[in-house]
Ligand binder design. Structure first.
Ligand code: ARG
Length: 461
């Protein structure tokens, strides 16, 4: 605040720092996004004030009308935000009061501390539902790619080395499972977010007989917070959203990594449509999976947002501290990043096709069935450890001769174990091998088909 003394000897001294402080402390440049929630909260608060007799019916009606109008102007981009009014709350309240005298009563028994806590809860609540919808869309895209190619076999990998044959659909459905757990984590977070903090005031509630339950009901909350100090100062529900978001981003990033590998010439399992790839400014032959790479890259900022918020909160004494204003950009960034990434990945997958001859060629490597060969011996009474050793020796022999495992003569097999019979040839039939994987969760075609049906039923709800 410029003091009188300063003002007498020149505005230029006071104007400089005051503006810098204003620029440093304002939040309206980003929290204007909370306007629809701020207005909904204010309308509910006004109705409650009328119910308990603080506002007359006419005053309440004028306030609601004024807020509705301001809301429409904001939505139309016609509202003039003023940085000197600091934040979204003060901007709306001051404009309301300019238009409607009773606006001066709106802040009765309310502080910006419980007001902002309310606004962010309403925002997170919406974002949870939106991100959940995006997760469902991505699951659907994965399911579509899986079911359109439900007989395509690829090698499954461990250590990025070919391990065992699986159905491509099984691989894709693994991500459908991951995103489903992400969805349910958000459902869980929703419960703790959906509690109304309004009525907590600045820190210690109010001496006026507020009807908090009424406000909660108006705004669709499941209940009201039970400790005013907790309600104005904790942001753990945002941490939960950001943490759930970090897990989603981690799953997105893993999917992106697989897609990038699959789109490479080395794998060649998929082709992403041109519209979802980019070229190189130098190398004319290049077709880059930039969407998947950016999806993987954006995980960094989503993790960063979580760590930033945890760090922001860890040293705060009770109760509200202005530090909390820093929660919003982190929250908005995670919400926006998740939404755009999930959306574009879902679209990209709908525009991706498998290259079946490459998948087939990679999956027909007989070494992928070495475990099945050991199982063959186990079924003939050989202890697994011993069987593993015998097959290992066979693999080494094949490598030495530069031949695929199934090209070794039967005598070579029998030299290592007399239990090998001519039926050992069947082990190298990859479709037969897959069909035998009927254990729950394993990729037999029958199992995978059942899973595809289960997800289709579940996701088309
Ligand atoms: N812009 C502030 C925030 O985001 C609103 C609450 C301000 N409260 C206060 N006592 N200064 O946290």
């Amino acid at each position: 605040m410029p003091t009188k003394k300063h003002a007498t000897w020149g505005g230029r001294f006071t104007a400089g720092p005051a503006e810098a402080v204003q620029r440093f402390t304002e939040s309206v440049s980003f929290d204007h996004r909370l306007a629809p929630y701020d207005i909904r909260g204010s309308i509910a608060h006004a109705k409650m004030l009328a119910k308990i007799g603080v506002l007359t019916r006419a005053e309440c009606a004028a306030i609601v009308k004024g807020l509705d109008q301001i809301g429409m102007e904001i939505a139309a981009g016609k509202f003039k935000w003023r940085a000197d009014l600091e934040d979204v709350h003060m901007n709306i309240e001051s404009e309301l009061t300019r238009r409607v005298p009773a606006g001066a009563k709106l802040h009765t028994a309310r502080s910006r501390n419980d007001q902002v806590a309310l606004d962010v809860r309403l925002f997170v609540r919406d974002q949870i539902r939106l991100v959940q919808g995006d997760l469902r869309d991505l699951q659907w895209s994965l399911l579509m790619l899986a079911s359109a190619n439900d007989d395509v076999i690829i090698p499954g990998y461990t250590h990025l080395q070919r391990a065992q044959p699986v159905l491509l659909a099984h691989h894709l459905l693994a991500y459908v499972e991951m995103f489903d757990r992400d969805h349910s984590r958000l459902t869980d977070a929703f419960k703790r977010t959906n509690v109304c903090p309004l009525g907590s005031g600045a820190i210690a509630g109010s001496t006026l007989p507020l009807d908090r339950e009424f406000v909660a009901k108006e705004l669709g909350f499941d209940g009201v917070t039970q400790n005013s100090m907790d309600a104005v100062s904790d942001r753990d529900f945002i941490v939960e959203f950001l943490a759930d978001g970090a897990l989603i981003a981690m799953h997105i990033s893993r999917l992106a990594e697989d897609l990038i590998l699959w789109a490479s010439a080395e794998f060649g399992f998929i082709r992403i449509a041109d519209a979802y790839t980019t070229g190189s400014s130098l190398m004319p032959q290049k077709k880059n999976p930039d969407i998947a790479e950016l999806a993987r890259g954006k995980t960094a900022r989503v993790y960063g947002n979580l760590v930033a918020l945890l760090t922001l909160l860890k040293g705060l004494p009770m109760t509200y501290n202005r530090d909390l204003q820093e929660d919003k950009e982190r929250l908005f960034d995670t919400a926006d990043t998740l939404r755009s990434t999930l959306g574009v990945l879902a679209d990209m997958l709908l525009n991706t096709r498998t290259v079946n001859e490459h998948c087939e060629a990679a999956a027909s490597d007989p070494a992928l069935l070495a475990t099945d060969l050991a199982d063959y011996l186990v079924k003939k009474g050989i202890p697994f450890r011993q069987a593993h050793h015998i097959v290992g020796a066979l693999v080494a022999e094949a490598e030495k001769l530069g031949k695929p495992l199934n090209a070794l003569p039967l005598e070579t097999f029998r030299a290592l174990s007399p239990k090998f019979g001519s039926d050992v040839r069947q082990v190298f039939d990859v479709r037969r091998a897959l069909a035998a994987r009927t254990v729950t969760g394993a990729p037999s075609p029958a199992n995978v088909l059942r899973q595809l049906k289960r997800w289709e039923k579940m996701l088309s709800k």
